[in-house]
Design a binder for this molecule. Structure first.
Ligand code: FMN
Length: 353
């Protein structure tokens, strides 16, 4: 039996296999109904669940309107947004997968264009003021305003409110987005966090925001359901956040109630990233070995045999599949067939077998 298709239990939640859909923005909300998922999102996520993934995670979902990456990003800052998310959680569940949601705030990387329109700051008429640890901008982006202590407290409360709404919508896993240079990551990294107060300076101070967010999410998330944290395990910059820093953070996050670290990398500032296949999964393996926490590996996992090897050799507890799942919604079922495990086709598709 392939480890990739063995179930895993986290807290009281059983996840049927270890092929998990990585959170990926689709930039497909209508700015006129800001943050609200559309029929596109429903079909997109339902297809990946029907395709056999064990867990389907929605794209970065902003806990405040100013925390969207683009005007086309999803958000859960109002109760009115809950019903459209509920349809998605129900469709994922009906497909046999666990519905998960990534809760996010874009920080100083907010208010940008869609990548296929060139990215970069969005046109002035659609933009809003970005916030960050300081007034220092992401290279080429508009200058953010530095968050005051009071605003940080409001922001932390927004994560709790977002998690409460996600739970009301039927999601069973909440992932906190602490990676890719967005707000939480920009506080963690010494490259972007130049604050002189208790939220800047030492690693403990730079980690204060993420630990407060974890506590806030945990305060509303049920004891028997898991919380994940996505981090950038390295900035890929000489004086930036390092894997050793991540190992320390993973331990702290675990103590605060995080059940799995989703081990990504980069994004605080432009950097060159190695071309090796295991550029990022090797960092997940270090985290799992040294921080003794459950870890999800992600990045360039396209071959089922390699996903299986990562798990069978103890480098990760689960795999997050990104672009391969954009290309093939049934990647998980195809992997199951290839590895000799049982695919999970919906009964509506029995005739196809
Ligand atoms: C179109 C696109 C959108 C993405 N959006 C998000 C996102 O919303 N949140 C996030 O944490 N990562 C995001 N990512 C990163 C992916 O989750 C994943 O970590 C990355 O693509 C590497 O995995 P892969 O090689 O399997 O694609 C995005 C990636 C792509 C290609």
């Amino acid at each position: 039996m392939a480890v990739l298709f063995e179930p895993i239990e986290l807290r009281g939640l059983r996840i049927p296999n270890r092929v998990w859909m990585s959170p990926m923005c689709t930039y497909s909300a209508d700015p006129g109904r800001a943050g609200v998922p559309t029929d596109f999102h429903l079909g997109h996520y339902a297809a990946r669940a029907a395709g056999g993934a064990g867990l389907v995670m929605t794209e970065a979902t902003a806990v405040r309107a100013d925390g969207r990456i683009t005007p086309w990003c999803l958000g859960l800052w109002s109760d009115e947004q809950i019903p459209a998310f509920r349809r998605i959680a129900e469709a994922i569940t009906a497909g046999g997968a666990v519905p998960a949601i990534q809760l996010a705030h874009a920080g100083r990387k907010a208010a940008t264009e869609r990548p296929w329109k060139g990215g970069g700051p969005v046109t002035e008429s659609l933009a809003w003021p970005a916030v960050g640890p300081g007034a220092n901008a992401f290279p080429g982006y508009r200058e953010p305003s530095a968050l005051s202590r009071g605003e940080i407290a409001e922001l932390v409360a927004s994560f709790a409110a977002g998690a409460r709404r996600a739970l009301a919508a039927g999601f069973q896993v909440a992932e906190i987005h602490g990676a890719h240079g967005y707000l939480i990551n920009s506080f963690l990294s010494p490259v972007s966090n130049l604050r002189g107060d208790e939220y800047g300076g030492s690693l403990e101070n730079r980690a204060r925001l993420v630990l407060e967010v974890i506590d806030a999410v945990r305060s509303v998330w049920p004891e028997n359901l898991p919380v994940f944290l996505r981090i950038s395990t390295t900035d890929w910059l000489e004086h930036g956040w390092s894997v050793d820093d991540s190992i320390r953070l993973a331990g702290l996050a675990h103590d605060h109630g995080v059940d799995l670290i989703d081990a990504s990398s980069g994004g605080v500032e432009p950097a060159s990233v190695p071309a090796d296949r295991d550029y990022q999964t090797a960092l997940a393996a270090r985290l799992r070995a040294e921080a003794k926490v459950a870890v999800g590996a992600v990045g360039r996992i396209t071959e089922p045999e390699w996903a299986e090897e990562l798990l069978a050799t103890g480098q990760a507890d689960a795999t997050f599949i990104g672009r391969a799942l954009l290309r093939d919604p049934s990647w998980a079922n195809h992997a199951a067939v290839l590895l000799g495990a049982d695919p999970r086709f919906l009964e509506q598709y029995d005739y196809a077998l």
